[in-house]
Design a binder for this molecule. Structure first.
Ligand SMILES: *Cc1c(COP(=O)(O)O)cnc(C)c1O
Length: 364
């Protein structure tokens, strides 16, 4: 079966560097908040173009810390997209806030600014745009809405390492932003990891305390905090992989271009890229009204595929209270039609050929 993503294949060319980096950590005697984390935070902030980056134990934690860092508290409402990955909503709840969902743009599956405006109440504290599949949200429409209502933008950049909106880096547009380094992300650790980035020194300092039991200096704890740190081993791995990120994203771009040029089937439509978007092609997603039949057809030809995601948040058992079925029709439609095709740095060209041939031979 041709895999949607094959991390062994992706990591193989840098395996020796990864092992050397990990060995260095073993020998250093420092495993938590040591020099690797400090160096990675500096390098990652520089990559995104923000003043600060603060490591965390996962992307979910990074988003929770980001929300806590701007002062989100119980009773506050936080708006996000109905089609997002579940952890976006977990993080909002873990920060003590109440999630509110908004529908998405029918073309790009990113949060719909008009729907966001409808969801704003007197209790809204933040909007969490999710740069879905690496495609940036329409920030030009979102920013004036946030500004007019005095609401902060907290970017969920878990899928958007290296993506840009009109030249502005994803992660540098909100008051604060959260990244995930889950192994399959464009920048992935060999385990869990995450980071918060911001240009605001006060927010960065608060998050440094929040990730470590609320501790500022040795025995001062001015506020409640959790334990969520990026460890030295993952930071050392991420420093090696960060050096590859632009090259990997360029490789993803070349594969995506092949798909866009060579996929030729009236019932399978690659998700369009907006004129203002530079996507990192985290996932190559096509839409088809016959999605399930397409997935079966691909499997019969030995081609793996995945669905990101089969159900919108409000249709999941735990979150039914966030909306009736039909409440966010564009997100629901997208969930019925999306299918993710194999794309990752290091994918053999023969696999890409096979995916194209299989999609083009699909007759619904
Ligand atoms: C992966 C992901 C997360 C969660 O990241 P973890 O590191 O797995 O906690 C959050 N939001 C989105 C959109 C994601 O894709």
């Amino acid at each position: 079966m041709i895999a949607v993503n094959d991390l062994r294949r992706q990591n193989a060319p840098i395996a020796a560097e990864l092992k050397a980096a990990m060995e260095g950590v073993v020998e250093s005697g420092h495993y938590i908040l040591g020099e690797q984390v400090v160096a990675f935070e500096r390098e990652f902030a520089q990559y995104i173009g923000t003043h600060h980056a603060v490591g965390a134990a996962s992307g979910t934690d990074a988003l929770q810390l980001a929300l806590m860092g701007i002062g989100v508290k119980p009773g506050d409402e936080v708006i996000t997209a109905a089609n997002t990955c579940v952890p976006t909503v977990s993080a909002i709840l873990s920060a003590g806030a109440t999630p509110r969902l908004a529908d998405v743009d029918p073309e790009h599956s990113t949060i719909d600014p008009e729907s966001v405006e409808h969801a704003i109440t007197a209790n809204t504290r933040a909007i969490v745009p999710v740069h879905m599949y690496g495609h940036p949200c329409e920030m030009d429409a979102l920013e004036p809405i946030a500004h007019a209502h005095g609401v902060a933008i907290v970017e969920d950049c878990a899928q958007a390492h290296g993506s840009r909106f009109r030249g502005r880096a994803c992660g540098g547009m909100g008051a604060v932003a959260a990244f995930s380094f889950y192994p399959t992300k464009n920048l992935g650790a060999l385990g869990d990891g995450g980071a918060v980035v911001t240009n605001d020194s006060a927010i960065a300092e608060r998050i440094r305390a929040l990730r470590q039991y609320g501790r500022t200096t040795d025995y001062e704890h001015p506020a409640f905090g959790i334990n969520s740190r990026l460890d030295e081993m993952q930071a050392a791995v991420l420093r090696v992989k960060l050096r590859e990120l632009d090259r990997w994203n360029a490789e993803r771009d070349a594969i995506a271009k092949r798909y866009r040029n060579e996929l030729d089937n009236p019932s399978v439509r690659p998700m369009p890229i907006a004129a203002w978007a530079t996507t990192n092609h985290h996932l190559f997603v096509v839409r088809s009204p016959k999605r399930d039949a397409l997935q079966k057809h691909l499997a019969s030809k030995g081609i793996g595929s995945q669905i990101h995601y089969p159900l919108p948040i409000h249709c999941l058992e735990a979150y039914r209270y966030l909306g009736e079925p039909g409440a966010f029709p564009k997100a629901e439609n997208a969930c019925r039609e999306v299918l993710t095709l194999p794309l990752y740095p290091g994918i053999p060209a023969a696999h890409v050929d096979a995916v194209i041939a299989a999609v083009n031979s699909f007759r619904p």
